[in-house]
Design a protein around this ligand. Sequence first.
Ligand SMILES: NC(=O)c1ccc[n+]([C@@H]2O[C@H](COP(=O)([O-])OP(=O)(O)OC[C@H]3O[C@@H](n4cnc5c(N)ncnc54)[C@H](O)[C@@H]3O)[C@@H](O)[C@H]2O)c1
Length: 302
Amino acid sequence: MCDRLLAEGHAVVGVDNFLTGAEQNITHLMGHPRFRFVSHDITQPLSVADPLDAVVNMASPASPKDYLEHPIETLDVGSAGTRNTLELARAKSARYLLTSTSECYGDPLVHPQVETYWGNVNPVGPRSCYDESKRFAEALTMAYHRTHGLRTNIARIFNTYGPRMKLDDGRVVPAFVYQALRGEPITIFGDGTQTRSFCYVSDLVDGLYRLMHSDEHYPVNLGNPDEMTILEFAERIRGLTGSSSPIVSRPLPEDDPRQRQPDISKARRLLNWEPRVPLEEGLRLTLDHFRGHTSSQLFIGR
Ligand SMILES: NC(=O)c1ccc[n+]([C@@H]2O[C@H](COP(=O)([O-])OP(=O)(O)OC[C@H]3O[C@@H](n4cnc5c(N)ncnc54)[C@H](O)[C@@H]3O)[C@@H](O)[C@H]2O)c1
């Protein structure tokens, strides 16, 4: 997102506490005349001296592994973090973009998921720290819109992948790529018939960029509607990497959604947006990135 904003000619103040992110992912931006970095935990109030046109809140542990490891920080960043960034937008008369998630739909009973579906979330399950944090963040963003007239947007992001992901963050794409490249067994959960859809990062960022220029304050799904089973996906990764890793099954985690597929009619209609990067090409770009780094340079989480 920072790369895109800078490429469009904007000045960017990046804020992160690197709870789950990696400093090396922004080293290429350090020294850019229009980029400034502030190390800060957004659960604490923040003030920025610069005038701001927009506040984009993307901060959160984002992978199941990360939020299961940091459940309280995840709830804090969705609640206090969202509040602090909304206050910043309000103080600066800036617009506000919240990056929410398809997890708001929980284990959905409606398929594909449309924005008007209210979801099927277990409020006390292990994943609830993330799902409910984002649902609260959406409610708070709507409250600021209604109470203070703040110009807000909410993106519900579905599985997105690409270069610079943490190889061991537990998300499907890096997990399978990591295992395939090392010749280790590729682990699927259950029988692998659960479905997912994967969006390449540049497509997603383009959707976010368009959304933050729109006046739609209700949630908009952004993701790739091209759905496939996890087993099929594991086979594609194995084929692309030329790996001979066996595909092995592990017990299904609690509350693992059976089906995930965005209905993106709203984004198509309002933003004239849809994903353009085919899966094969996105995976090749991601693999090139991982292959181009030695294992010591790759971002393996702490
Ligand atoms: N990638 C996906 O598939 C996906 C899907 C749905 C939603 N999202 C949402 O999109 C956003 C970006 O996701 P991403 O995949 O780029 O994740 P990412 O891990 O690359 O970025 C999130 C960043 O937030 C930072 N962060 C966490 N807590 C913080 C805090 N208290 N203060 C400051 N920074 C903090 C982390 O250190 C990390 O660098 C997240 O909010 C995530 O929940 C992502």
